[in-house]
Structures are given as structure tokens and as C-alpha cells.
Design a protein around this ligand. Sequence first.
Ligand SMILES: C[S@@+](CC[C@H](N)C(=O)[O-])C[C@H]1O[C@@H](n2cnc3c(N)ncnc32)[C@H](O)[C@@H]1O
Length: 218
Amino acid sequence: MNTTARYIHALGPAALTRFYDPVVRWVMREDAFRNRVLTHAELAPGQRLLDVGCGTGTLALLAKQRHPGVEVHGVDGDDKVLALAREKDERAGAGVRFERALAWALPYPDGTFDRVVSTLMFHHLTVDDKQRTAREIVRVLRPGGALVLADLGSPRSAPGRALARALFRASRFDDHLAGRLPALLGGAGLSEVAEVDQHDVGPLPIAVIRGHKPRGDG
Ligand SMILES: C[S@@+](CC[C@H](N)C(=O)[O-])C[C@H]1O[C@@H](n2cnc3c(N)ncnc32)[C@H](O)[C@@H]1O
């Protein structure tokens, strides 16, 4: 696959991907986290939803189960994780459409989606790739549509800051730890971008950020 930066799989090394679901379930009160993201997406029947970097498809499947009238798509750059997502979808009979794509080259026409969600994916990307992914998400959103992004945020407590300094040394974490993701999304063309919620994983916050694609009618 043609990419400018090293591809980072769900748990880092590709061989660990099959352990992704149990690890996430164990580490982060997953149901509460995912329900929170979907609540902020404010889905309604007849809408189209895209999950970018959908991984094993847990959020996309939950979205389809909670909102059967929504057409749900998931993209991920990793065939192996998509195979797990498709297996889960088949078992659940949910009908999510999964496709392989890099986050900055989404295989959809402009304005296809009412909502885009992306959880725990942006920290896999370099600063440049975050920016081009954000622009690509804006492209596939319809005017007035919304992005809900959830990922590592800026720790507010001293233990959180110390843990983050120890764990997240690579430069791709800098925008997260400095609380710059809303500004980055605003720079890509989203409006009213704000951190609307926070899900704590021990002393580390997962920031839930929401923004809209302007309607273009002034
Ligand atoms: C930590 S997992 C998160 C998966 C899922 N969104 C969730 O909340 O469980 C990150 C996912 O992003 C995908 N990913 C990483 N870089 C990507 C890229 N450039 N384009 C598309 N997907 C990417 C990985 O394959 C992985 O499945």
C-alpha cells in the first residue's frame, strides 16, 4: 500500500491484531466509551455514517444495532482487521459495509456522509497525515454534516501528565497531549469544533471532539 509514513496496526505489531478486542474491552470500559461517541453523533434514520479507521468494527456494528435505519460504512487500511470486522458483522447480521482504504484517500464522492466518526485512530497518524485525513473527512461530509472524533486528549492531572510523558514519546502524540486536535480539525475546514466530552482511562483522557462542515450558505 502506498503511504508516506509507517503504517501502525491496531495494537502496533500486526501479529497482535487478533487480541485487539479483548485488550480494549479490558482496558477502557468500552461500552460506555462507544455509547458516548454515538450519543454525540446524534444519528437519525435515513442518514449515512462512516467510521474512519474502524478496526474490528465494534463501533460501526453498535451504531447499526442502535440505529437500524442508518446506512453504516467502515473503512480501515488493514485487511486483517477488516476480516475480523466482517466476521463480527456476519455473526450479528448487522449489514455494515466495510472497505479497505487509507484515511486520507476515502473511496466516496464529495458530500456522501451525514456523520463521520473516528475513534482511537488519529494517534496512529503523523501530523501531516492527520491534516490530510481531516481535509478528506470534510470532503466526504455533506454540508451541515458532523464529525465526532475520540482519541487521546490532554491530561489535566499531574499523574496523567507523567504517565503520558512516559508512554507517548513519539511526535505523532504531540497534538493530542497539547490539546491541539480541535484547532487541527478547524484548520481542515470544520466549524464549531469543540471538545464535548471526555472518557477517562485511569488518569488518561480520551477527548470526544465534535465539529461541523459549514453549510456554505453564509
Ligand atoms: C487503535 S485502532 C482503533 C480501531 C477502532 N476505531 C476502535 O475504536 O476500536 C486504529 C485503527 O486505525 C487503522 N489505521 C491506522 N492508520 C490508518 C490509515 N492511515 N488509514 C486507515 N486506517 C488506519 C488501524 O488499522 C487500526 O485498525
